[in-house]
Design a protein around this ligand. Structure first.
Ligand code: NAG
Ligand code: NAG
Ligand code: NAG
Ligand code: NAG
Ligand code: NAG
Length: 548
């Protein structure tokens, strides 16, 4: 990893060298820059003991972590050495005013094979634990993901002492097939099969050890980077104190195990307070008839011996256990977030919502092929990124409002679904799950308040049980089987933002849409122009990015 941190003094020199690619005067020139040069290649990996073709970043699987501090500018030059187009997306990094850098096909043209593209991101007003992943062509099944951490600025108080160590723990279900095989399966109209195992940091059973010293406390940043399964995470004989969820400092509750749904990130503190030996770290699948389990090792520096006994068991199909745990995760209102003012100073519960959008998922066949939909629309990507069509005023790529605010009850059909919304509106979105699986949804560009979840059909009366006081603000939420989850979101970030199922085959086969947060203003106070170095494709080919 090539990483360089520069202070204010070097910025002037730096800006000259960045002139060719950057829109530096729109990002915080006061804020430090960090540079990354990433080479994306195929490489043999053996996570479950058989050789398969993985996607590596600088030779690594999983890819290198991004370490940053609130407001840093991240300059990430990605060389695509694969034989197919590639994009990276930044799960949870809000890219304020800048959906062009979001790295999904609705906003950004793919990096052609053999070419490079420099992402220019700012982790503006954010803290917390997130991850990046490849967004196109089912690449996520082959790797290409890694952790992102955004630390608080030095003067901003953090509601716990500095841990002795800080570990990224990427957990996820895994297939022994390479991604092209899985993609062909989906393209042929079939469902994704059941996975072969679970990985922790890219390794199978006992492939990874986290080293600790007795008596010290460590932070674990756990993200579920898998393709579909909710996982339960636990450590033999150790408790976990939850401290942060996707950028929100939580009430510090202690858990003996934690459900991490696909796409979600959690930070826990673990104190090495047991006799010095090795202990199992376990991740096992939830809500699946067959339970997949894998282990890693928590290794004390003066360990008296290897892991022993059976790995601790955890919940398997129990939904209520998970729902109760989810409801117990709340914001610490007096703790600081990215700014010194307490997280509770934004009284989201006092703001009236101006619109309610109810999104119901469904699964079915279209033209004999498996598809998934939201309010009956199964998303199909146009030939041109929606955001570029918007920017260059290319008509015929999408129709704003091409999806209903309510479930239609009709059969699934294909369309390029774009939800039209007003800049600065405060909206309520209800995810209604009438299917018998756990779902997980992510919204790019935002963090939202998870105000309620329960079994059955959502009705306006469901609002009576909303948490309007200390709900957690995050970017990925689960929806239990035959249940609903409601979120509040302040649409203060202009752009074209992907709202998707994190169940990756469902996302790939249409369970996603774009939220167009629109303003007629063309001021850079509201939205940055297209980046100077943007790759232009489809009907945007040959257009001109703005002059410097
Ligand atoms: C990327 O890695 C491949 C394989 O090691 C190498 O051939 C290529 O030159 C590298 N590209 C860059 C830009 O470093
Ligand atoms: C590709 O990388 C080179 C440096 O090797 C850089 O000068 C150029 O700006 C990059 N291209 C894009 C589109 O970011
Ligand atoms: C909440 O944050 C405050 C301020 O940092 C801290 O003193 C307190 O212990 C935290 N409370 C809980 C319950 O986590
Ligand atoms: C992908 O996996 C299949 C089945 O194991 C194998 O035949 C094929 O060669 C693999 N493809 C690549 C490019 O490695
Ligand atoms: C919210 O709506 C209620 C009922 O319509 C109204 O009484 C109240 O003034 C509104 N609050 C705000 C902050 O607009």
């Amino acid at each position: 990893m090539h990483l360089k941190l520069m202070g204010r003094a070097s910025v002037a020199v730096l800006l000259l060298s960045l002139l060719a690619i950057s829109h530096f005067h729109f990002s915080g020139a006061e804020d430090p820059y960090r540079f990354f040069n990433w080479n994306v290649t195929y490489g043999d990996i053996f996570p479950l003991g058989v050789r398969q073709r993985g996607i590596l970043i600088n030779g690594q699987f999983p890819g290198p972590d991004i370490h940053s501090v609130t407001n840093d500018n991240l300059i990430i030059n990605v060389f695509n050495s694969l034989d197919e187009p590639f994009l990276l997306s930044w799960n949870g990094v809000q890219q304020r005013r800048n959906s062009f850098e979001d790295g999904v096909f609705g906003t950004t043209c793919p990096i052609p094979p053999g070419k490079n593209f420099t992402y220019i991101l700012q982790v503006k007003d954010q803290i917390g634990s997130f991850y990046y992943f490849p967004s196109l062509a089912f690449h996520k099944a082959a790797g290409g993901f890694g952790g992102i951490r955004i630390l608080s600025r030095p003067r901003i108080p953090v509601p716990f002492s500095d841990p002795a160590g800080d570990y990224t723990v990427l957990i996820g279900d895994w297939f022994k097939s390479n991604h092209t095989t899985l993609k062909a399966h989906l393209d042929n109209g079939k469902k994704l099969p059941f996975p072969d195992g679970i990985l922790i940091n890219g390794r199978g059973p006992n492939g990874v050890a986290l080293n600790v010293e007795q008596g010290k406390t460590y932070r674990l940043r756990i993200s579920n980077v898998g393709l579909q399964h909710s996982l339960n995470f636990r450590i033999q004989n150790h408790k976990m104190k939850l401290v942060e969820v996707e950028g929100t400092h939580t009430v510090q509750t202690t858990y003996s195990s934690l459900d991490v749904h696909v796409g979600q990130s959690y930070s826990v503190l673990v104190t090495a307070d047991q006799p010095a030996k090795d202990y199992y770290i376990v991740a096992s699948s939830r809500f699946s008839s067959k339970v997949l389990t894998t282990t890693a090792v928590l290794r004390y520096s003066n360990s008296a011996g290897p892991v022993s006994g059976p790995p601790p068991g955890g919940p398997t199909i129990q939904v209520d256990w998970s729902l109760n745990q989810a409801r117990s995760i709340r914001t610490n209102l007096t703790a600081s977030g990215p700014r010194p003012n307490p997280q509770g100073s934004y009284h989201y519960g006092m703001i009236n919502t101006s619109r309610t959008i109810v999104l119901a998922s469904s699964a079915g066949q279209v033209n004999g092929k498996q598809r998934y939909a939201l309010n009956s629309v199964s998303y199909v990507a146009p030939d041109t990124p929606l955001k570029l069509a918007d920017y260059f005023k290319i008509s015929g790529v999408f129709r704003p409002g091409s999806i209903s605010d309510r479930p239609t009850g009709g059969g699934i059909y294909l369309d390029t679904s774009v939800l039209q919304t007003d800049f600065r509106a405060f909206v309520e979105i209800v995810f209604q799950n009438n299917e018998n699986i756990v779902q997980s949804y992510h919204l790019d560009g935002y963090s939202f308040f998870v105000v309620g979840m329960d079994g059955g059909q959502w009705t306006p009366a469901s609002r009576n049980q909303y948490n309007l006081h200390d709900a957690v603000s995050r970017c990925t939420t689960q929806v239990y089987p035959m249940s609903w989850t409601a979120i509040y979101v302040a649409l203060d970030n202009v752009g074209m933002w992907n709202l998707r199922s994190e169940f990756w085959a469902r996302q790939y086969l249409g369970q996603q849409l774009y939220v167009r947060v629109y303003t007629a203003s063309t001021s850079i106070r509201d939205e940055f122009p297209v980046p100077k170095n943007a790759i232009l494709c489809g009907r945007a080919s040959g257009r001109h990015t703005r002059p410097l």
